[in-house]
Each structure stands twice: as structure tokens, then as C-alpha cells.
Design a protein. Sequence first.
Length: 254
Amino acid sequence: MKPALVVGNWKMHGTRSEAVKLATGVLEASRRNLSVEVVLAPPFTALAAVSAALRCGAVRLAAQNLHWETEGAFTGEISVSMLRDLDCRYVIVGHSERRRLFGESDAIVAKKVGAALSAGLRPILCVGETLGERRRGRTNGVIARQLRVALKGLSKSAIEKLTFAYEPVWAIGTGKNATPEQIAAVHRFVRELLRRRAGLSARACRILYGGSVRPDNAAELAAQPEVDGVLVGGASLKVGAFASIVRSFGATAV
Ligand code: PGA
């Protein structure tokens, strides 16, 4: 059984010294929760410093983004080999902020997933619908499209290396949560798509929930059999809040 996975996505927050302080605090707090896999995704500028701070411990490193080319004239971009060089194990791909604010299409997300996998990085692939799409009854259609394009051409063994994060766009940074029923329905839908697409068994891949996860709702999420962990934004910026979320998942194994 894979352990529950709790990922902190720090987004565009923190200088190097702030990042190291936060990472060190999380590392200390996580020593008591060895049954949970804890991953931190600092901004690019803090990856090297956080990587060094995490060297002696079980907390793992993720990047928030990557470029799909191996190298070249791509001003401002970061390649997979640069991320591997910093001991990143995971990379977040297709976060709704990248899709919405930076124009990342499903096709670009697919290229990033492929590039990450070919270099041995594990993508955390984010999918999710907007409020308008949910109200129009398009939730499953949107998620099916995002997954179909992102997984195009991938083998079963490649897809098995992915982690999925269901992040309803309307729940991210808004304080609004999807209900346990809404989350379970989408997670089941994703598992069924993975079964049909690649013959994957229900527990082959972890499916995280993301969107306004906080200490006061983490226990309820951890109690959901469909939720294999969480992707945490705002609440990952405080050691106490993040550690409390990690603790909530401490008793669960998926
Ligand atoms: P939030 O962000 O926890 O601040 O809602 C979640 C995310 O963007 O992954």
C-alpha cells in the first residue's frame, strides 16, 4: 500500500531564508509522521536551498513547473535535468493557475508530463473544473478531456508513475471546499477512466484532493476512502497548519 501523500505548494511565496526555515520546520514536524509521504514544492529560486535543508530526512522535493525541452533558447524556462540536478522527485503539472493565467493548454500539459516521465520525475497532474463548468454539468467532461490529452501515447507503466490531483478551480484559494460527495464522485470517475484507458487497478495511482485544504477540514478529507492525500496551497505556508494537515493523514494508508 502506498502511504498517503501530502504536498505543500508554496506558489510564489518566500525568499530563500524563509523557505529554508519553513522546510526545516516541516521536516522536524514530519519526523513524527513517518506513515505519510510529505512533499514540498518551493519556488524555483529556493529549490537548491530547500533541497540542501531536506537532505537528511524523508521529506521530498517537488518543482511547481517545468519546460518540456531538454535545453536551448527558452528564456526563463527550467528543464527536467535542472530539476533532477536539485534532487526533485516530483513536479506539479497542469495546475489550474498555469492553465488559466499562463495559457497552458491540455497539449502543453501533455508535453510536460511526457518530459517529466522521460527524465524520471514523477508528475503530479492537476485536473479540475471551473464553477461555470460544474454548474453546466460539465465536470466529468472537462476532466475526461484533460486526462485524455495528458495521457495520450503513454504506456500503462508510465501512467502508473503519475499522481493525480483533483483541484476544482472554484475551491482553490477561495475558502470554499468541495463536499466529500463531490470529491468522491470525481475521484471514482478518474479511477474508472484510468481503468478503461490503461487497465489500471483502482489503487494503482494516488489521487489527491486540492482546494482550500486547512487544518480544520483535513481530518474529514483524510477519512474519505477515495482521498489518497492532499495538495495544499495557502495552509502549507505555516509550519503549524501544514504539520496539522500531515498529522490528519497519519493514520491512513491508501
Ligand atoms: P489552496 O491552493 O490550498 O490555497 O486553495 C491549492 C492549490 O492551488 O494547489
